[in-house]
Design a protein. Sequence first.
Length: 250
Amino acid sequence: MLKQEHIETSVFSNSTELAKAGAERFAELARTAITTHGQFSVALSGGSTPRAMYGRLAKSPLKDAIDWTRVHVFWSDERYVPLDDTDSCYLLARETLFDHVPIPANNIHPMANVNLSPEEAAWEHAKTLRTFFGSSLPRFDLILLGMGPDGHTASLFPGSPQVKATTDDLVVAVYNSPKPPPTRLSFTYRVINNAANVLLLVAGVDKAATLSEVLQGPVDQVKLPVQGIQPIDGKAIWLLDEAAARELDL
Ligand code: 6PG
């Protein structure tokens, strides 16, 4: 079972309340980071769950509660598609959040891939991370993640090379993803587990059985990659809706 000392779990009545709670936590962590060290570094996730959360952040009062000029946005994974493609995680965040808040364009750091192979794009983004953080191992204030029904997170999928072996890489190219599109870029566990906070949003009855295995069953990150999310000196904050949490013994 996952070590509980670095895990916080909260359950909300439905996905709307979950999105509200996620947005409020994002704002709280942003204010704390900006007060403490002058900026808030956050990596957003892909998928549909964060959409409602971004929408909450884009509206008052939360929109006005954050100094967006101090917020720097990255992604924990991205699909290897043009940034204006409907599959792009960047496009989702731009349309639902960045177009509505005063965040400087230079503070947004997408995983660019134009005229780059997946490996070159991963390498280039790792350089961007090292330059921004001024260190070989970035420490994000917050990394936002989701979980798929198969227990994947970011673009770390069951049985994939990225979950079978440790690596010094920060960002990797992922092929033959079982969740389309097939080619992606993803943070590795090395980056994710060095974050101060990892916020995992999980909603929906289709994830209930897997979530019960993940949080209360034996640890096997090859089978359930999200179990590999164990921040070394940080906190894993699980925000769930009742549907996803219905098989948990809480
Ligand atoms: C992606 C995400 C992926 C996502 C989960 C949950 O690229 O799709 O990185 O890991 O977070 O699959 O997706 P939903 O939020 O859509 O259920």
